[in-house]
Design a protein around this ligand. Structure first.
Ligand SMILES: Nc1nc2c(ncn2[C@@H]2O[C@H](COP(=O)(O)OP(=O)(O)O)[C@@H](O)[C@H]2O)c(=O)[nH]1
Ligand SMILES: [Mg+2]
Length: 233
């Protein structure tokens, strides 16, 4: 039986990239793509709608807020249409949406609960992952190994997870701790996790997180805080 796959894309001002992201999502694999617009001031929501995505707006600013709204939407669908698998993907065209089958495979064929697309294990365009992102990733994954005993090589945004298991995680983070929260909770709860190498290229448009000093500081702090927070109980 083919799984029902829903894609969740959190976005903030990605009018130049979102159409490319949506165009590269493998047709036939996915039942619905939801773009969670987080108060864009450009034409992102219009472009996304024109490209066939379901657009939902979340006015509270934050990557986690947008993703949480996506989960809420997935859970509110009629029973027969509740997704089996949710794929998270960024809207900046750094990830390669056409690699989605590789991400899904360990869930469908090996019974994995969650699969992280690892950019450090995959092919990366030079400069796509900034030095601060590489350093942050290395530090975070080292701490996760120390505190939770599970080895990841990335906190990448492109990932797939069984929807029922995602709900069990009780995700809470409203901002940049989102991806790491999912990983540490999955580790703690003994989920069967896998990583697959994914490609990564320089984003279209300007980075709002690791490309800015403020974004890097906030994200770095929140990621470390999240790793320590869930290791304590
Ligand atoms: N929902 C939401 N998404 C955001 C926000 N800031 C950035 N994003 C999205 O999160 C993704 C990653 O942001 P990006 O600027 O590429 O950060 P980088 O990957 O660290 O350079 C992109 O899809 C952005 O559109 C925000 O405040 N809210
Ligand atoms: Mg990016």
């Amino acid at each position: 039986m083919t799984p029902n796959i829903l894609v969740i894309i959190p976005v903030f001002n990605e009018e130049d990239s979102i159409s490319k992201v949506l165009a590269d999502i493998p047709h036939g694999l996915v039942s619905e793509t939801v773009v969670l617009d987080n108060g864009s001031t450009d034409s992102t929501p219009d472009v996304a709608r024109r490209c066939g995505a379901t657009v939902i707006s979340e006015s509270r600013r934050g990557y986690g807020y947008a993703c949480l709204k996506g989960i809420e939407y997935a859970g509110s669908k009629p029973q027969h249409d509740i997704p089996d698998i949710v794929v998270f993907l960024d809207g900046d065209y750094s990830d390669f949406p056409d690699e989605m089958p590789v991400l899904i495979k360990p869930i469908v064929e090996d019974g994995c609960d969650m699969v992280i697309g690892s950019r450090t294990a995959g092919k990366r365009e030079k400069g796509a992952l900034l030095p601060q992102a590489l350093f942050g990733n290395a530090l975070a994954t080292f701490l996760i190994k120390m505190l939770y005993g599970v080895r990841f090589t990335d906190l990448g945004p492109f990932r797939a997870i069984k929807f029922a298991r995602l709900l069990e995680l009780g995700m809470e983070d409203k901002t940049f701790g989102w991806t790491v929260e999912m990983q540490v909770k999955a580790a703690k709860m003994g989920f069967k996790c896998a990583e697959v190498p994914v490609s990564y290229r320089k984003r279209i448009g300007t980075s709002k997180i690791t490309g800015t000093l403020g974004g890097t500081m906030k994200a770095g702090y929140k990621i470390l805080w999240t790793i320590f927070k869930y290791s304590r109980y």
